[in-house]
Design a protein around this ligand. Structure first.
Ligand code: UT7
Length: 349
């Protein structure tokens, strides 16, 4: 069985920088509140009409493919992770396949929110291990700025989120001491509603005990997306921030320790931890709990906010470009988010 290695990596963030102070014109917030609670100073927003989740994914993918020393036509499978797709369906994978003029290869979309990229990497890793594919493109991309509640009502989540994309090319490696050592995936559906966008959807309040939206059962078209749902802001993400925070600080270290234990390694063996960029306070808590030094953890939420499925590949790419990840280093990727989902990966670079 082959191991897989990251043969090329790329990232793309939109040019439009939005500072905390820029948000004051939409909602009651402050630079001080955002920085103190989240560590975020600014984020990027995609161009409203010229950029989509897919086009940003394409830009990141071009760099990853070039760095892997191959062409888009060499890619034999796409895994695209996003929670903000261009269309409700079809997914971004096929749009990227078309935009990059790739062969008629398989394209799989992964909907695991903030854990999406690590889940996608794990899926791609299995295909490489079995020998089914040789050059897999894994993308995490998000255009959130199109669908956030920019009023004071939605401020707890809107100030955190940013747009961007990251991508890697996975290839088989013959080297004994290189590649993805293991991936670890978990979910806890009991917390599905603490971070979610309820509508449009097909649940018809089945899971919500009619608490969130009322609709007229006789009007069939009303149930997918109604004026009432829009009035109640159910077309925007909802987050019970404190519950997510409390879960994250317990579960995040667990999935990192699980990855280390599976490989007989210790926290001191980690050269670089790339945590999902959800909140700097969460990353710092994890760092303290695992007794990691500043050199062992990479954070860039200050510049880009939380880009959900794009956050891990963007941070990984930046850290690598800055020379903070070298051949032979042990890199740990870890993510948590809506679902509640958890994922980690250990990579010998
Ligand atoms: O990647 C997905 C996973 N998501 C996360 O990891 C997020 C985890 N949660 C968090 O990061 C934090 O819960 C938040 C940063 C979202 C919020 O911080 P918090 O310290 O938990 O604040 P809170 O929700 O308890 O709200 C405290 C106060 C409230 O006002 P009152 O009721 O005390 O008067 C909020 O209305 O802060 C208020 N508030 C804000 N004030 C200014 C909430 N959002 C804002 C805001 N600006 N943007």
């Amino acid at each position: 069985m082959h191991k897989s290695k990251i043969a090329g990596i790329g990232m793309y963030v939109p040019a439009n920088v939005v500072t905390n102070n820029d948000l004051l014109k939409y909602m009651d917030t402050s630079d001080e509140w955002i920085q103190e609670r989240t560590g975020i100073k600014e984020r990027r927003y995609a161009h409203r009409t010229e950029e989509t989740t897919t086009t940003m994914g394409v830009e990141a993918a071009k760099i990853a493919i070039e760095r892997a020393g191959i062409t888009p036509q060499d890619i034999d499978f796409i895994v695209f992770a996003t929670l903000s797709p261009d269309y409700y369906f079809p997914g971004c994978g096929v749009l990227l396949q078309r935009a990059m003029q790739m062969k008629e290869i398989g394209a799989l979309d992964v909907r695991n929110q903030c854990s999406g990229f690590v889940y996608a990497l794990s899926v791609a890793d299995q295909f490489i291990k079995t020998g089914m594919y040789k050059n897999i493109l894994v993308v995490g991309a998000e255009k959130h700025s199109f669908g956030l509640d920019f009023t004071t009502r939605g401020r707890n989540i809107s100030v955190i989120i940013g747009d961007g994309a990251g991508a890697v090319v996975l290839k088989p490696t013959e080297k004994e001491n290189q590649g993805i050592l293991s991936t670890h995936l978990h979910s806890d559906g009991t917390a599905a509603e603490i971070l979610a966008m309820y509508n449009p959807g097909t649940h018809a309040n089945h899971w919500l005990n009619q608490k969130v939206a009322d609709f007229n059962e006789n009007e069939i078209g009303d149930m997918f997306m109604s004026h009432d749902m829009i009035d109640k802001a159910q077309n925007f993400p909802f987050m019970d921030g404190q519950s997510v925070f409390k879960k994250a600080v317990v579960k995040f270290p667990e999935v990192i320790m699980e990855a280390l234990a599976a490989n007989g390694l210790q926290t001191t063996d980690i050269n670089m931890l790339i945590p999902h960029q959800a909140n700097l306070r969460i990353a710092q808590f994890v760092q303290q709990k695992l007794k990691l030094s500043d050199d062992q953890v990479y954070n860039n939420i200050q510049k880009f906010g939380n880009t959900t499925a794009a956050s891990v590949p963007i941070a990984l790419c930046e850290a690598w470009e800055a020379g903070k990840i070298k051949d032979g280093d042990l890199v740990c990727l870890a993510a948590f988010g809506s679902g509640f989902t958890l994922a980690s990966a250990l990579i010998k670079w």
